[in-house]
Design a protein around this ligand. Structure first.
Ligand code: GLN
Length: 252
């Protein structure tokens, strides 16, 4: 297990569903993909609370019609699911309703469904820190599927939210290098870096042996993969950079 240091905090629900930070989304929208390039992928977003609309827009920009997942039936035939940032206690309350969490855990656990969990979504996919960590107020019930200990609100309070570089690693760095070689109609982001928007972000304080680090901020893991689950401590949907969404659809 690898331990990370402790630090500060957070996001309000309003911030998560509201405007992207200044500068985000400034790249021109590529618009709908040309005829014949629609991707017939069954990809969805857990659309209960939090930043799901921005993730749905990111999928749409990639030519994938996003399925908004709100009931266990919506998981039928689904291959990719994004669990957005938001408030993990609210999301987990929803998961406890009508067997949704059990249905979701079964599909994720069997590997038939791949997932990208961002911020609160990563908290749900991961596990509680073994040491307990600071626990005040209501706590989310986690799916606990990925062997990653995720400490909530580990960077401090809402005001401690920040943007910062994520240095790419492992198979995501290799994927980004391949994308950098593609002809692009607009300025491509640097292949070795991703801009991280950290909002009341969690920290990955311990990683199991099979966990691959895909990105680091300040030397600490902030983007990790275990099998077909990817956990991001930041919000990739709040920038114009679609590479992580592409990684989900093309590499998992
Ligand atoms: N702090 C939030 C929680 O524990 C997560 C923050 C986010 O999703 N940006 O639910």
């Amino acid at each position: 297990m690898v331990s990370g240091a402790r630090a500060g905090a957070l996001c309000s629900r309003r911030d998560l569903v509201a405007q992207p930070p200044a500068g985000a989304g400034s790249a021109p929208d590529p618009g709908p993909p040309p005829e014949g390039q629609q991707r017939p992928l069954a990809a969805g977003v857990l659309a209960v609370q939090g930043s799901f609309a921005a993730h749905a827009r990111a999928l749409a920009r990639l030519g994938v019609e996003p399925r908004l997942v709100r009931r266990a039936e919506d998981l039928e035939g689904l291959r990719y699911l994004i669990l957005p940032g938001g408030e993990s206690t609210v999301l987990s309350h929803f998961l406890e309703q009508q067997g949704f969490g059990a249905a979701l855990a079964a599909r994720l656990g069997s590997g038939e469904l791949a997932a990208l969990g961002t911020c609160a979504g990563a908290i749900l996919l991961g596990r509680e820190p073994a040491g307990g960590g600071p626990r005040t107020g209501r706590q989310p019930v986690r799916l606990g599927l990925a062997p990653v200990e995720v400490e909530r609100n580990a960077y401090g309070r809402q005001l401690d939210s920040f943007r910062g570089p994520v240095e790419l690693a492992g198979s995501f760095a290799a994927f980004a290098a391949r994308l950098a070689a593609e002809p692009s109609p607009r300025a491509a982001p640097p292949p070795e870096r991703f801009e991280g928007v950290f909002i009341r972000a969690p920290r990955f304080v311990a990683l199991g042996p099979e966990v691959e680090v895909l990105g680091r901020h300040g030397g600490e893991p902030v983007l990790v993969r275990w099998r077909r689950l990817v956990l991001a401590a930041f919000h990739p949907e709040l920038t114009a950079d679609l590479r992580l969404h592409r990684y989900l659809l093309e590499e998992l």
